[in-house]
Design a protein. Structure first.
Length: 165
């Protein structure tokens, strides 16, 4: 990623700010880096880093957004896509549409992701129910649900880490 106010440092992954930047520009730069880290071909091996990227990408939303990381059988990213947008405290998620997109991308696995604008990443009962429905629907197509991550300003909650999957 290039930005006119950044130059690459001598050590890989470091940058020098070459001109004053606003907070909005910094957020844009951070979101650009996060998107790049979730780009096609990247293998997801460090959950903590994935959580950080997702927090950066979802932090500006004042409404719920439901996205999916479509993965190949080696858990490399095929595509990160937002599928549904909701209100301040819910989003309607349609399993049929998730299955259609997973098949269109020839995904072998998925990571479900949505935010809680309240900031609290604790999963609701509705979150657990839709996860089960999606797991069943995708399972019929032999597509594994690796995780469902709830993103909030207070952190991220992983269904896999909690034993909900």
């Amino acid at each position: 990623m290039t930005h006119r106010k950044l130059t690459a440092g001598e050590i890989a992954g470091t940058y020098h700010v070459t001109a004053p930047v606003t907070e909005a520009e910094l957020m844009g730069i951070a979101q650009g880096f996060a998107k790049r880290k979730l780009a096609r071909g990247r293998k997801l091996t460090q959950p903590a880093l994935v959580f950080e990227y997702l927090q950066v990408l979802f932090q500006g939303y004042e409404h719920e957004v439901f996205s999916v990381l479509f993965l190949d059988t080696q858990h490399r990213v095929i595509r990160f896509e937002t599928l549904f947008r909701g209100t301040i405290d819910s989003a309607s998620v349609y399993p049929r549409e998730v299955v259609k997109r997973a098949l269109a991308h020839n995904a072998g696995a998925v990571v479900l992701v949505h935010n809680h604008p309240s900031g609290d990443p604790a999963p609701s009962d509705a979150d657990r129910r839709i996860t089960q429905r999606l797991k069943e629907a995708l399972g019929l197509m032999e597509i594994r649900v690796i995780d469902h991550i709830v993103v909030g300003s207070e952190g991220c909650t992983s269904f896999a880490e909690r034993g909900y999957l």
